[in-house]
Design a protein around this ligand. Structure first.
Ligand SMILES: Nc1ncnc2c1ncn2[C@@H]1O[C@H](COP(=O)(O)OP(=O)(O)O)[C@@H](O)[C@H]1O
Ligand SMILES: [Mg+2]
Length: 373
């Protein structure tokens, strides 16, 4: 893989995760981290290279907004892993080369089967689940366990039609626990819980949960240094630390800031920060999201953005009522508003009480919403 100078290696965490996977008693980990906090970057640029160096076979599959069914994505990733090439070649092939038909290897005696991946919606056909098991066997490691990296797996839980697949996967992994080890990632705590921690969840007690550690000063220092090498300019550390904090310690947002500074040498950090935040709002569609909400939903979101977290209490409901020019809505009405925000992925209870998921959206609402919208 071409080394990305901007990549900040999480060395300690990587070694710890690989040790857990290689020598730990557990056969799987779930790695939680909100969106754009570096899960995929960690899997592809930290964990996979180190694991390969230690002679593990590594297989990566991402279920994030995949146009194909999870089964199709999984089969494709495993079939590609049997091809020759380096891990990064195979990832590229598996991500970019997602062709609608997949030639299945060794499907039956000398018969070559092809499946149309786009047709694999809904309930997976039984013979393909058998093939999945066969593939798990063929990719599983001999002297060293094979490591499966399954990215954004909460997508599995979205549809009940995936249940047979999830069950087959669990059995297939369980039967080869010493030869196949898995990292599941997710950006929705509720979604992960639905698969791993609810009592009736298919992977109940299957995996050890770990959190992706937050990035801090070392990350900022790394970025300042790479920036200096690339541009011959030195960014003042205190200003950059403060900007990182105001961007919620989010590596993606911070790199957009660096990009902005790189391309416009005359911009000071404050102006660049303002520009980045405008760009985030546009990129992530905040205005459109906001306008698609009803007045009660907006008022509820606004109260959450302000830090209120007991939405059924009187104070919260009165605040919502004031905002929409009515008396305090019933708890049921607030509940309905919260459900809509939850369905849209805007709010959840993963931190205990109700809160907005994206801290930048919360900041945007606090700063730009003057109550007239
Ligand atoms: N360790 C890192 N070093 C440098 N940049 C990073 C790092 N982790 C994340 N980033 C930046 O943040 C962006 C989002 O990270 P990503 O791994 O896609 O998040 P997630 O998978 O959690 O949604 C990356 O594209 C990259 O620009
Ligand atoms: Mg990702």
């Amino acid at each position: 893989m071409v080394v990305d100078p901007w990549h900040f290696p999480r060395r300690e965490f990587t070694a710890r995760v690989l040790k857990l996977l290689g020598d730990g008693p557990g056969q799987a980990l779930t790695l939680f981290g909100p969106r754009r906090t570096g899960k995929t970057e960690f899997l592809l640029k930290d964990l996979a290279p180190l694991a390969e160096q230690r002679r593990h076979r590594v297989i990566y599959a991402s279920f994030w907004q995949a146009p194909l069914s999870p089964l199709a994505v999984l089969l494709h990733a495993m079939e590609t892993s049997l091809l020759r090439g380096t891990f990064s070649d195979r990832v590229r092939r598996s991500v970019l080369g997602l062709t609608p038909t997949l030639k299945l290897s060794a499907f039956g005696a000398g018969v070559e089967a092809k499946v149309d991946l786009t047709a694999l919606g809904g309930r997976p056909p039984d013979d393909l689940l058998v093939h999945l098991d066969d593939l798990l066997e063929r990719v599983s490691g001999r002297s060293k366990a094979t490591i499966l990296l399954l990215d954004e797996v909460q997508e599995f839980a979205r549809s009940a039609g995936n249940a047979p697949l999830v069950a087959a996967l669990r059995t297939g992994l369980d039967r080869r626990s010493d030869r196949l080890r898995t990292v599941f990632t997710g950006s929705s705590r509720d979604g992960l819980a639905a698969m791993f921690s609810a009592r009736r969840a298919p992977f109940f007690h299957f995996a050890t949960p770990i959190d992706l550690p937050a990035l801090g000063e070392a990350f900022v220092d790394h970025m300042i240094e790479v920036f200096r090498v690339v541009s011959r300019r030195t960014l003042a550390r205190p200003g950059m630390l403060s900007a990182f904090e105001r961007l919620h310690a989010n590596p993606h947002f911070f790199r957009v800031l660096l990009d902005t500074l790189l391309h416009d040498p005359h911009l000071d950090v404050e102006s660049a920060l303002a520009r980045v935040r405008d760009r985030i709002a546009v990129d992530l569609g905040y205005p459109a999201t906001w306008l698609a909400l009803t007045p009660v939903q907006r008022a509820t979101a606004r109260a959450l953005a302000g830090g209120a977290d007991r939405p059924f209490g009187r104070a919260f409901r009165r605040q919502v009522g004031d905002a929409i020019g009515e008396s305090a809505p019933s708890p049921g009405r607030v509940q309905a508003a919260l459900r809509r925000l939850e369905r849209l992925g805007l709010a959840d209870t993963s931190t205990g009480g109700w809160a907005l998921v994206d801290p930048e959206l919360a900041a945007w609402i606090r700063e730009y919403d003057d109550g007239s919208r």
